[in-house]
Write a protein that binds this ligand. Structure first.
Ligand code: SF4
Length: 683
């Protein structure tokens, strides 16, 4: 049984970096006291020295600290020498990492010229044919020994030359041997990597960085956590290897950024991650600002939380199991009672609901509601299920009257909540569905607010605000007040600049106080003055972190002048956390020197035909060497098979081979139709 806190440096309610050793990649240190390193990968053909050097130089110029280059063959690996020489000639000192799949001999050559080699244990020297067979223990051990003997020469070469190594396991590309024993699971990913670590340690080689990537952020989070915990168990032998974190095949645009932010952000919130690669199906130069924003956000938090590591603080005494989560290494939603709070139905087995909060001058409310009504009419699959009025001017009654007037004129209807001080609930005269009461008042006032909500027949949300540790007492206060007033159905809203940790504190405290099933509303507020690109990442990390922990029955987004954007991002975060699917899910690789077509353009062509297929997962992958394995749980696959030709898949089964690129998107549509997954687009 793996320790449920084993992945953490300390307290699960603060952001504390996992202590790691420093691994040097050329002059660049990963782990230890170094900042989070940023990296990316070239998409040029590796044999094209000038194009690869141009792209590496562009990456270095925007702050990429390690550049990965694929080495699919021995001749590609040999060309790394020319690439290194040309970069030296240009004065570009960025360290290079060679990416190896299926070609141990190429790895041995690459290690002569680069500062780091990445191997994928799933395909380094192991079989990957999706074969189902039982391995006896003896056969299994023999296979491990066979793989170890193929791997040992590379380990020795790296040790002798001072070359670092990434043992990079990917969900979806585990070997048949591992798949048959552990399934395509975080445990399989971890076991696969640890087998390679055994060989390295046996050879006294320790310059190792690990990665556990998946296109599903939740799977990636669980795998990295499990690896951290398992490595800790290896101490004092030495389990403090740094982590390279990322979400693989995240796709492009907002979806790619949201998925990456959820996975990477949640890991960094737990202190896991020493170098970051954001995989986007775009020019790799565009990955660096995203990686930098995520890294800087977390480094700030690690710094700020340094002073909060109070081992005697109230939250430090809470047991993690009290969260209501069975295991931090496997996803399960925290069970919550179903409640209907004035039209906002949450909890039970419902998907998390979406609310928008209005927090501006009252005079801006009619325009905001008009924009929201337009968006709601255009996007019926992504409804706004509640609005919270918290105008910065006027009274709650004035806000209610203005909202009712505007909505009547627009012919629109949304359940309306109003933020209202505890002492003002009784005096509220406007027609309201729910009140959100900030918990700052005395117990007596809270009890009166609860009694007033019962008398008026309106739903009630207690809104807890502040730093995670400060919420422990508030949870007790609202439980007492509700019990004294006889209020049975209510929710707890959580508003904190540390939303993920605050949600853990509230869930754990509720559990300690034997009220484990009260629904939780996660409240995110946009940073004032932030640009849209930063706001997107911030929202994704803030909401995605607790959602991936299984916490949250509704999300509420505030601070966006444009409600359509707020709604759009809230739904993308829910889909990124795989909790509420309202769009087609694209899994597309970032491309590399193996890619057989312009991946960005191809993804756009596939998207144009399939963007309305809610819930269908489509993979667009650049090559047949890795593509079919790494498309993980996609329903359909579009995979580059050679110059200008594509193979089409249903699940992992290839259905059509060698289709000319021009015909392939339409043939893919044919397969989707034949599988009964096609829907006509709404006109
Ligand atoms: S799937 Fe894409 S990124 Fe992965 S090796 Fe193939 S072309 Fe490169």
């Amino acid at each position: 049984m793996t320790d449920p806190r084993g992945f953490l440096a300390g307290n699960p309610f603060v952001a504390e970096r996992r202590p790691t050793r420093e691994v040097l990649v050329g002059d660049v240190g990963i782990g230890g006291a170094n900042p989070i390193r940023l990296q990316s990968m070239t998409t040029t053909f590796t044999k094209d020295t000038l194009a690869t050097c141009d792209q590496a130089e562009q990456l270095a110029a925007v702050g990429c600290e390690i550049v990965r280059v694929t080495a699919p063959s021995i001749t590609d690996a040999e060309n790394l020498r020319a690439i290194r020489a040309e970069l030296d000639r240009r004065g570009v000192r960025v360290p290079l990492a060679a990416d190896i799949h299926f070609t141990p001999n190429a790895a041995l050559i690459a290690a002569l010229y680069v500062e780091k080699v990445r191997v994928n244990p799933g395909n380094y020297a192991d079989r990957k044919k999706f074969e189902v067979r039982e391995y006896s223990d003896a056969e299994y051990s023999e296979e491990i020994e066979r793989v170890a003997e193929r791997f040992r020469p590379l380990v020795r070469r790296c040790r002798e030359r001072g070359v670092a190594m990434r043992i990079g396991t990917n969900h979806g590309s585990l070997s048949d041997r591992i798949l048959n024993r552990y399934g395509d699971t975080p445990l399989g990913m971890v076991e696969s990597a640890l087998e390679f670590l055994d060989v390295c340690e046996d050879e006294s080689y320790f310059e190792i960085v690990f990665s556990m990537k998946a296109s599903n952020p939740r799977v990636a989070i669980h795998a990295y956590r499990l690896l951290a915990a398992r490595l800790k168990e290896r101490e004092p032998v030495g389990g403090d290897y740094p982590f390279h974190v990322g979400v693989t095949e995240a796709g492009d645009g907002e979806d790619g950024r949201v998925k990456s932010a959820i996975g990477i952000g949640a890991l960094l919130e737990d202190g896991l991650g020493d170098t970051v690669r954001v995989s986007l199906t775009e020019d790799p130069v565009k990955e660096i600002p995203v990686a930098r924003a995520l890294a800087q956000r977390s480094q700030r938090r690690w710094e700020e939380d340094r002073g909060r590591r109070d081992p005697s603080g109230p939250e430090a005494r809470l047991p993690l199991v009290a969260l209501g989560i069975e295991s931090p290494y496997d996803h399960a939603r925290r069970p919550a009672e179903p409640v209907d709070l004035g039209g906002l139905a949450i909890g039970g087995d419902r998907v998390p609901a979406v609310e928008l909060a209005f927090e501006a001058e009252l005079g801006e409310l009619p325009g905001w509601l008009a924009a929201l009504a337009t968006s709601a009419a255009l996007e019926p699959d992504r409804p706004c299920e509640s609005i919270l009025l918290a105008a910065t001017s006027g009274t709650a009654d004035e806000a209610l009257a203005a909202a009712r007037r505007s909505l009547a004129e627009l012919g629109a209807r949304f359940p309306i909540a109003v933020r209202c001080e505890a002492g003002a609930v009784r005096a509220l005269s406007g027609e309201v569905d729910r009140v959100a009461v900030p918990v700052v008042a005395s117990g007596r006032e809270l009890e009166e607010a609860a009694a007033a909500a019962i008398a008026k027949g309106v739903g009630l949300e207690w809104t807890l605000r502040g730093a995670p540790g400060a919420l422990v007492e508030s949870v007790g206060a609202v439980l007492d007040a509700s019990a004294r007033a006889g209020l049975r159905e209510f929710a707890i809203g959580i508003e904190s600049s540390r939303l993920g940790h605050a949600a853990r504190v509230v869930a754990a405290t509720l559990s300690e106080l034997r009220a484990p099933a009260i629904p939780l509303i996660l409240r995110h507020r946009r940073e004032p003055g932030s640009v849209d690109s930063d706001a997107l990442l911030d929202l994704a990390v803030d909401l995605g972190t607790p959602l991936c922990d299984g916490l949250g029955d509704a999300v509420s987004v505030a601070g966006f002048a444009d409600p359509a954007l707020a709604l759009d991002l809230a739904y993308r975060a829910l889909q990124g956390a795989r909790l509420r699917t309202t769009r087609t899910e694209y899994i597309s690789c970032p491309s590399c020197g193996r890619t057989q077509f312009d991946l960005e353009e191809t993804t756009a062509r596939v998207r144009a035909k399939t963007v309305h297929l809610k819930g269908v997962k489509i993979a667009v992958m650049g090559c047949i060497v890795n593509g079919p394995g790494e498309m993980a749980d996609a329903d359909f696959g579009y995979v580059g098979a050679g110059p200008g030709v594509v193979n089409l898949y249903v699940g992992h089964e290839v259905q059509e081979r060698g289709i000319p690129e021009a015909e392939a998107p339409e043939r893919l549509v044919g397969l989707i139709r034949a599988a009964g997954r096609w829907q006509e687009a709404r006109s």
